[in-house]
Design a protein around this ligand. Structure first.
Ligand code: GDP
Ligand code: MN
Length: 384
């Protein structure tokens, strides 16, 4: 779950990280009112879930009412690489002596939190030579100590008089990352002002959606405007759905089974269009909802149902599927693999119903080969 800059800054402020005062607004009139409250000069900033807003013309300095109004009117509705601006952040402008970079993220290969710091901030961090970025792994049980943070600041070449300020910022950023269950907390630029104060001028924060239940106060931060519409629908329906880039719709019962289904389809040369865990649900409504979600993605050319019957019996799933198909009449082929409790009965039900465009399969590998062939416009038997 990605946060807008101003939402990230609000989290920063809660953890003692210094940010500039500002207001979120949605109209040019409110932008002017906010600016005169804050005092000039201000910065008018597009709030979209994509970086490089400055270069795209989405960040502008303004010295008076007329300038704020002009920039607000220009930026509202602006399309920044596919993201339409609906909210502005009006912030008291800062004087900048230096632009640094700081981030905390999880280094999966090292299985440790990673603190990154560079005195070459303000630009795309991918463009900064590796040797100019300090990478410091943190012991997750110990946390980031003040000594470590100071060492990182020094190693990165922060001016001596701001090392304390940088260490404060790094420890606060680490605190944001760990205690808010963030997957990324990034500041670019972390500025040094002429008065030698260290402050976050930008904020890029992603929260772990699966940990959101631990942070009810963050629930409202999800910017559903920018969320994928199918994922949003799924979330509202309480279905575990993740959109992927391929053209083969996937449904399974149980997260582990769905994950291995994705693997098997990829191995058979196909590209999954989604992850969908139907859980223990097998009634017609659940199946119908799931089929509708999968087919809401226009890229889907064929669908694989991979059901392993346990507590959820295969005959129940077959009945659910038959009822769902009567209502939806899907236009793309379905491969259905039923195995486990009552699988023989389930397959017989499906065969008797003779649903158009439904191809039963016995094993996962067979099912994957069939669905890959069907998605490529070949007959189901082509790959088998
Ligand atoms: P991004 O382009 O999406 O990363 O947006 P940023 O929030 O990082 O802003 C882009 C750039 O605008 C920064 O790197 C600064 O150089 C400049 N900028 C943003 N806020 C201010 C400010 O208050 N004062 C000054 N002088 N420049 C600013
Ligand atoms: Mn930035």
């Amino acid at each position: 779950m990605d946060l807008l800059e101003y939402q990230g800054k609000q989290l920063f402020a809660r953890h003692g990280l210094r940010v500039s005062e500002g207001r979120a607004v949605t109209t040019a009139e409110d932008a002017v009112a906010a600016a005169s409250e804050l005092g000039y000069p201000v910065v008018v900033k597009a709030q979209v879930l994509i970086g490089g807003r400055g270069k795209a013309g989405g960040v502008k300095l303004a010295g008076d009412d007329a300038e704020v109004r002009k920039h607000a009117q220009n930026i509202l509705g602006m399309d920044i690489r596919g993201h339409v601006v609906r909210t502005l952040w009006i912030e008291r402008a800062s004087d900048i002596a230096a632009e640094y970079y700081a981030a905390v993220l999880l280094d999966r290969s090292a299985k440790k939190p990673l603190v990154m710091f560079s005195t070459h901030g303000g630009v795309d961090i991918e463009q900064v030579p590796k040797e100019m970025i300090v990478r410091h792994h943190v012991d997750a049980l110990e946390g980031l100590s003040r000594e470590e943070a100071l060492a990182v600041a020094e190693q990165g070449g922060a001016d001596a008089d701001v090392r304390d300020g940088v260490a404060d910022a790094l420890t606060a950023l680490y605190d944001v990352w760990i205690s808010e269950d963030a997957t990324l907390a990034e500041i670019n630029p972390l500025i040094v002002t002429p008065a030698r104060e260290v402050r976050a001028l930008d904020a890029k924060v992603s929260l772990d959606g699966n940990a959101l239940f631990r942070h009810p106060e963050n629930q409202s931060l999800s910017d559903s405007e920018n969320e994928d519409p199918i994922e949003r629908r799924a979330r509202e329906q309480g279905v575990q759905y993740v959109k992927l880039d391929g053209d083969i719709g996937i449904l399974g019962n149980g997260a582990g089974l769905v994950m291995s289904t994705l693997d098997v389809v990829a191995q058979a040369g196909g590209a999954p269009a989604n992850f969908l865990d139907a859980g223990g649900g097998s009634d017609a409504d659940t199946i119908k909802q799931a089929v509708e979600l999968i087919l809401a993605n226009d890229a889907v050319k064929a669908v694989l149902f991979n059901i392993f019957g346990g507590i959820t019996r295969c005959d129940e799933v077959a009945r659910g599927l038959i009822a769902a198909f009567q209502e939806i009449e899907p236009s793309v082929p379905f491969v259905v693999r039923l195995d486990g409790t009552n699988d023989v009965e389930g397959r017989k039900l499906l065969a008797d119903a003779a649903l158009p465009n439904v191809h039963p399969a016995k094993t996962m590998n067979e099912a994957a080969a069939m669905v890959v062939a069907l998605a490529a416009g070949q007959p189901a038997g082509a790959a088998a």
